[in-house]
Ligand binder design. Structure first.
Ligand code: NAD
Length: 250
């Protein structure tokens, strides 16, 4: 793992906690310089402080653009490029989930999930691809979900948004290959983060009993797949949605 991403610069959205924080840590362990994105300055700075304590020598910074605003994202990503010299990797990981029944959905909830889980992936990919192209290529890895393959019984906005992430992954893989940019997604199963802690107990318990590997996933299980797909070991892989889910079929 060490040196697999040596000399590369990565941007990780949703890098302040959970899966994104684990991706930041694994990218640093693999030798990359990293910009972690948070939704607010305070949480981004706090995550940065924690990372700096653990990795005192690391080249790491924090940004907090509005991920749905093309200008805000373009400015923040350009700042990262100015600081570290280039952008090689974008991990489009920020996301929210929902479990609202269709009849109870508010318009605000619909906008929230579509804006962060789909629009932000397009906006960030657009800004990063422009910068990657200038330097001869790069890699985009999106966080999808196991529910993008099977749907879920309540909160239809979430699996719908992750189906869209898969569509973006496959389409951008085709569109950006000529620019030497690979685009893949990781589809996590049930992973031990705040997002899962927020789900109702009666939704989680039966799910865990269906996981063939017999345990909930850890954020590091997902981060390892991000490192692999971001590295040259995956140089012939693009347009893939890699399930990392302990074999679960929901
Ligand atoms: P989490 O809630 O712990 O972390 C979510 C991250 O997204 C945080 O860093 C948060 O700051 C960021 N974020 C939330 N709203 C934002 C906003 N408006 N603007 C910018 N950033 C924002 O969740 P997690 O489990 O680590 O989820 C990370 C990704 O993994 C998400 O895309 C999620 O859909 C996906 N996922 C998680 C699981 C799981 O079981 N935990 C399973 C499948 C997919």
């Amino acid at each position: 793992m060490k040196d697999l991403l040596k000399g590369k610069t990565a941007i990780v959205t949703g890098g302040t906690r959970g899966i994104g924080y684990a991706i930041v840590r694994k990218y640093l362990e693999a030798g990359a310089s990293v910009a972690l994105c948070g939704s607010k300055e305070a949480t981004a700075q706090k995550a940065l402080d924690n990372i700096r304590q653990e990795f005192p020598e690391a080249k790491v910074t924090a940004i907090w653009p509005d991920l749905t605003n093309p200008q805000s994202v373009a400015e923040a990503f350009s700042e990262v490029k100015a600081k570290f010299g280039r952008i090689d990797i974008l991990a489009n990981n920020a996301g929210i989930s929902q479990s609202t029944p269709l009849s109870e959905y508010t318009e605000q909830e619909i906008d929230n999930i579509l804006n962060l889980n789909i629009k932000a992936v397009m906006v960030c990919s657009q800004a990063a691809a422009k910068l990657m192209k200038e330097d001869g290529g790069g890699v985009i890895v999106n966080t999808s979900s196991v529910v993008s393959l099977y749907g879920q019984a309540s909160g239809c906005g979430y699996p719908a948004s992750k189906y869209a992430v898969n569509g973006l992954t496959k389409s951008l893989a085709r569109e950006l290959a000529k620019d030497r940019i690979r685009v893949n997604a990781v589809a996590p199963g049930i992973i031990r983060t705040d997002m899962v802690a927020a789900l109702p107990e009666q939704m989680i318990k039966p799910l865990i009993s269906t996981i063939p590997i017999g345990r909930m996933g850890e954020p590091e299980d997902i981060a390892n797949a991000f490192v692999f797909l971001s590295s040259d070991l995956a140089s012939y892989i693009t347009g893939a949605v890699l399930s990392v889910d302990g074999g679960v079929i929901i």
